[in-house]
Write a protein that binds this ligand. Structure first.
Ligand SMILES: NC(=O)c1ccc[n+]([C@@H]2O[C@H](COP(=O)([O-])OP(=O)(O)OC[C@H]3O[C@@H](n4cnc5c(N)ncnc54)[C@H](OP(=O)(O)O)[C@@H]3O)[C@@H](O)[C@H]2O)c1
Length: 310
């Protein structure tokens, strides 16, 4: 594996003029700041989200902060497979798509297990299944771009729980924390498994996992309609300043995974100092690198989402 360029400067990205990226959950947090960094580098960004008003606010904020930015918005609720199909059909017809950031996520799961209108557990549906379906449906335009990339948002929390292959939707034993961690283990495992399958099929598309360390709103610049933490929120987040970083900095690893020419399929990226810092190569917990876990999850997702990757 090549050591991706040591001199990578997330504040001075290589030009992305002429390139097109789609970001899920782009109206807030890491999705917003990734969109901002990509458009500042000259890319056209398709900002997607589930709420038209929040998306409009985010697009307006991005245009204020990046004069001349080339952005559009698109409704995409990752917990709803019909919404995923509709957005994928619209994007799939385009000539080019250079990367998809599979970022949207429920980060504070409901106390009680709840299901979507498709009948899937909400956290699994939003964080995992919708992204699996979206990614599989966008391989055509990603391949047309030559070396399109899928970047999946993993998490350090994956080392804090064991994955239960027999119960991906937590029908037997739900807790909010467990739902979150399982969803992130599944996300990472699918990201790695996707790359195995793309390589085996000779596809030019690659799949990469990135995590943002520990990135909090209260240490992030206030932006109307995008990031408006309360004074208490800022106070609490700043108490943990030694361990945390802003969401702006948290976006550095996913953005590098999307655009650094030296990043290889199947690799993982995260902050240099565990929870914060410059974007560097990272190592994933073994469960998420396991071909057995990847293959079983893949089969489960194909059946549950009724989407077969071409
Ligand atoms: N922040 C961290 O330290 C951290 C650490 C590890 C991993 N991550 C991962 O990074 C990703 C982003 O986290 P964040 O900190 O930026 O969270 P965030 O600030 O809460 O933003 C989450 C984004 O996801 C969107 N979203 C939620 N449900 C959705 C749905 N059904 N359809 C479409 N969009 C939906 C939200 O939109 P609404 O505004 O409409 O809710 C919002 O735009 C998540 O996948 C998270 O698991 C974050």
């Amino acid at each position: 594996m090549s050591a991706a360029r040591a001199g990578w400067d997330p504040r001075n990205l290589p030009s992305q003029h002429g390139r097109v990226f789609l970001v899920t959950g782009a109206n807030a947090g890491l999705g917003y700041f990734s969109s901002e960094q990509l458009s500042r580098a000259g890319a056209h960004v398709i900002m997607t989200g589930r709420n038209p008003h929040r998306l409009a606010d985010a697009r307006a904020a991005l245009r204020r902060r990046v004069p001349g930015a080339s952005v559009e918005t698109m409704l995409l609720d990752t917990s709803n497979l019909g919404s995923v199909r509709a957005a994928a059909a619209s994007v799939g017809a385009r000539d080019r798509l250079d990367g998809v950031l599979l970022n949207a996520g429920v980060v504070h799961p409901p106390r009680e297990r709840s299901v979507t209108q498709d009948g899937n557990e909400v956290v699994f549906a939003t964080n995992v299944l919708g992204h699996f379906a979206l990614a599989g449906t966008l391989l055509g335009p990603l391949a047309r771009a030559g070396a399109g990339r899928l970047v999946w948002l993993g998490s350090m929390s994956t080392s804090m729980w064991r994955y239960d292959l027999a119960d991906p939707q937590l029908e037997r034993d739900y807790s909010p924390w467990r739902a979150y961690v399982q969803s992130k283990i599944a996300t990472q495992a699918l990201g790695v498994e996707a790359d195995r399958r793309l390589r085996a099929a000779g596809s030019p598309v690659s799949s990469i996992v990135a995590h943002p360390g520990y990135s909090v709103s209260g240490r992030t610049v206030g932006i109307a309609g995008v990031n408006e933490p309360t004074r208490t929120g800022r106070f609490v987040d700043n108490l943990q300043a030694a361990l945390t970083q802003s969401k702006e900095h948290g976006a550095w690893s996913p953005v590098r995974a999307l655009i650094d020419p030296d990043v290889e399929g199947g690799s993982a990226w995260g902050p240099a100092v565990v929870t914060k810092g410059m974007p560097r190569r990272a190592r994933l917990v073994s469960a998420t690198r396991s071909p057995e876990v990847g293959a079983r999850l893949w089969a489960f997702c194909e059946e549950t989402a009724a989407v077969r990757w071409p």
